[in-house]
Write a protein that binds this ligand. Structure first.
Ligand SMILES: *Cc1c(COP(=O)(O)O)cnc(C)c1O
Length: 231
């Protein structure tokens, strides 16, 4: 089933790129494998998938240990400060930096290891109470501060759009995140570039691509529905 799913997701990405006049290679598909067994990731890996997204530190670290080392891991879930040290040297990109205190911890741990860490700033564009992320009006001050952190490179913005019946409803959310990134880019702040826009999940990634997403995070669409019954 993973094979068929991947083919149809790939087709949908291509069609969205075509509609938007964008190149396929400018959009990275992140296979969101949270809750899924290692065997599912191996199956996707055998089909050519090399970019995986996880939202829990322990699960990411466990899968990292047993899977091939040419996989690019993305941390997409809320990250607790005391767990930064477990994944900081394992991930290609942390999508979910949502506070200055978290950024400070990442800076400190990265400095210890003498590495630089790529991050995205999570923005709560839809202003949902239940979601993490900075409010749009908090971005400017945040960026001025994080710019001083020499072991952090801000690569762009991330948002989790609301769960909606019709993906068109989220178009405005994606447009807003895109606009925020353009506004920040024009300020030319040290250590900050805005080339990555991580937005779009199974239900709305085509719309997100039309609005400029450079990374889409697709779980259910590739691996099928998740079961949380064992938790
Ligand atoms: C689970 C998750 C996804 C993938 O969701 P699907 O609807 O299954 O595609 C994407 N982004 C984040 C941050 C997630 O936690």
């Amino acid at each position: 089933m993973i094979k068929e799913n991947l083919i149809s997701v790939e087709n949908e990405i291509r069609e969205a790129c075509l509609r938007a006049g964008r190149r396929r290679e400018d959009v990275t598909l992140i296979a969101v494998s949270k809750t899924k067994p290692v065997s599912d990731l191996e199956e996707a890996y055998a089909l050519g998938v090399r970019v995986f997204g996880e939202n829990k530190v322990q699960e990411l670290a466990d899968k990292y240990e047993v899977l091939p080392k040419d996989i690019e891991w993305h941390m997409i879930g809320h990250l607790q400060r005391n767990k930064v040290k477990y994944i900081i040297d394992k991930v290609a990109l942390i999508h979910s930096v949502d506070s200055l205190r978290l950024a400070e911890t990442i800076e400190k741990e990265a400095a210890k290891r003498n590495i630089t860490v790529n991050i995205l700033i999570e923005v709560n564009v839809a202003r949902e109470e239940s979601k993490f992320g900075l409010m749009p009006e908090e971005l400017e001050e945040f960026i001025a501060k994080i710019s001083d952190f020499s072991h952090i490179r801000v690569k762009g913005l991330m948002t989790i759009a609301p769960f909606v019946a019709d993906s068109e409803e989220n178009r405005v959310i994606f447009q807003r995140l895109h606009k925020l990134s353009v506004d920040i880019e024009t300020k030319n702040v040290d250590n900050i570039t805005m080339r990555v826009l991580s937005m779009g999940m199974t239900n709305d990634y085509a719309v997100a691509i039309e609005e400029g997403a450079t990374m889409v995070r697709v779980g259910t669409g590739i691996f099928g529905a998740r079961s949380y019954s064992k938790e």
